[in-house]
Ligand binder design. Sequence first.
Ligand code: KG4
Ligand code: ZN
Length: 359
Amino acid sequence: MAVILGIESSCDESACAIVRDGYEVISSQVASQIAKHAVHGGVVPELAAREHLTALQRVLDAALTEAKMTMDDIDAVAVTQGPGLMPALLVGFNFAKGLALGHNKKLIGTNHFIAHIYGAFLEDGKSVIEDKERYPMLALVVSGGHTSLMLLDESGKARHLGWTIDDAAGEALDKGAKLLDLGYPGGPIMQKTGEGGDINKYHFPRPLTGTSGKALSEENRFNFSFSGIKTALLYHVKREKESGNIFEGELLKDTVASYQEAVIDVLVRKTLDAAKTFKVGSIVVAGGVACNKPLRERFIAKTPSNILLKMAKPIHCTDNAAMVAGLGYHYWKKGMFTDINADAFARLPEISEVPFIGE
Ligand code: KG4
Ligand code: ZN
């Protein structure tokens, strides 16, 4: 049995959580900085770092209080080591180092991308991870920083099938919302604004899907591209404004619904193509954009019945520390600890193995 404390500070959420044996979330606290960044229209790394600096101790106290525990009850400290915004990462990573040193605990650095995938297995995912029938597993990670398809086999080997060659899906939604003056972060705002809108009213491109009449190269079959959708929105807005139209009411709602639909259509289409190609036993959908209701509904409607669909619960989709603590447990079990002098990393390293499968 192990009780792991998780700490997350890769972007604009300061989070601490306590998880028992990898799955049972005993407490999870997230302090969002959204309001601080919203006035700037996006996350300002230095501002994020300063906010983590003042928030983390408070968030840790809240997580311990919620769990009715003290640091004595904690077996190890897991923390996001990367990828993410370096100034923000460094605050959480050093905070974790201080805790580990001060309380004589092992330090476990985790990869934020893998932690997002693991988020789908928190609470009730153990049986899925342990079920051989569910492999190979296809993971779609869709967040503000990543849009990737990864294939996982039952021994824990991981293979990146594709990623975005420009913007991430969350970034496309964030930038789209900014262009429409809707605020930050764009994903949830777009979802709300587009509710009830006509998804077919305006046509936005579906890049790298082979639907534009242009043949899709094999190399890009499982890659994504979202910057063209954003450019199309820019021209659409310009055209409508030049015609004297104001972005409100039906025009706004239908524009947002159609734009969001283009992003969803690409994500679902590509994921299902990969699922069919690699004859997967399950599809995992994780990351902040996996909160999106129409996206979830589309996956439910389109996933063939012989494939298990495992979508992270919305609270485990956006940045949180429960996914860090849960993943940390699997490192703990394998004795994979991190040196106290280790550095954080900003970019996604090559991933060939995930630690939570194949035990
Ligand atoms: O995973 P996350 O919290 O942080 C990163 O690691 O990037 O993801 C944040 C992204 C943002 O782009 C945000 O707009 C998007 O997730 N997001 C959503 C929704 N909630 C958050 N996108 C679409 N629909 C939502 N409901
Ligand atoms: Zn994230």
